[in-house]
Design a protein. Structure first.
Length: 273
């Protein structure tokens, strides 16, 4: 477990939100966090989707973690006891998958303001009370959608509500983009939402593999299509130029992690800090 600070002026809280579940919000939160980490940022990812939490599951922490975000919100443990360190160096605050662990989310802002550096918050989908509480706790909002009408329609609702709350909407990220004729184009999504698309994450089989092996694609397959897309997005958010790795770097990157190594990442989790 790692320590936190009560008040640091450089803190920035980015909420990863969506109007619809299943669009890849948690994958985006984790891999964007890793992309920021590679840029030298101090990053903590918080799983605030307490009704459908799976961040800890995706990273191989469950059922290893004794303390979760719910433990902190219920005043059962100190915040530092619920912060875990992923092998990549990313700090994680997981949520419990137990139904009886549900607590009121109104204290989430009290948690985020005690963290330091860049805080990425994986929000519940939709616009219920829990989702709105998470939005209130964030400085910036990043909206994840798929290039399909139902997902984009719900994303438009989330964007509208975020702006009504006075939040800074960074933009839209189109996830699982395949470039098919039946998909909405980024330009069409921008018109529907009246909000810029600042990132496109291409459909990538390595993402599905990374979920199975509980090893985020940016960490396990750094030169995969999706990994490069997440890095580009991180640079865009920071107002920096992103340069694609050269062919040689991509070839070397393909050899960086063998399947067995990826599979073993989850078994080497360091939750002792």
């Amino acid at each position: 477990m790692v320590s936190c600070m009560d008040s640091v002026p450089s803190r920035r809280v980015i909420g990863i939100v969506s109007g619809k579940g299943g669009v890849g919000k948690t994958v985006a939160a984790v891999n964007l966090g890793l992309a920021f980490l590679e840029m030298g940022k101090d990053v903590t990812v918080v799983d605030a989707d307490m009704t459908a939490s799976n961040l800890g599951v995706q990273l191989g922490f469950y059922p290893l973690q004794p303390f979760t975000l719910q433990s902190v919100l219920a005043d059962k443990v100190q915040l530092q006891n619920a912060i875990y360190l992923h092998p990549s160096g990313l700090r994680i605050i997981p949520s419990s998958v137990a139904v009886d662990a549900l607590v009121k989310s109104s204290k989430i802002k009290d948690v985020t303001k005690r963290l330091h550096g860049l805080v990425i918050v994986d929000s519940p989908a939709g616009l219920d009370a829990e989702a709105l509480a998470v939005m209130q706790a964030c400085d910036d909002i990043l909206v994840i959608t798929n290039p399909e009408y139902p997902a984009v329609t719900d994303a438009v609702k989330v964007i509208k509500r975020s702006k009504e709350l006075g939040k800074n909407v960074l933009g839209i990220v189109v996830n699982r983009h395949r470039g098919k004729k039946h998909e909405l184009r980024p330009s069409e999504i921008e018109i529907m939402a009246e909000t810029p698309v600042i990132g496109v994450i291409r459909e990538d089989k390595d993402v599905r593999k990374s979920i199975f092996f509980k090893a985020p694609v940016v960490h396990a397959k750094p030169n995969a299509k999706a990994s490069r897309d997440f890095r580009r997005l991180a640079h865009t958010i920071m107002g920096m130029e992103y340069r694609e790795p050269g062919i040689l770097s991509r070839m070397l990157g393909k050899k960086k992690r063998k399947p067995a190594e990826i599979r073993n990442l989850a078994s080497h989790m360091d939750v002792s800090g």
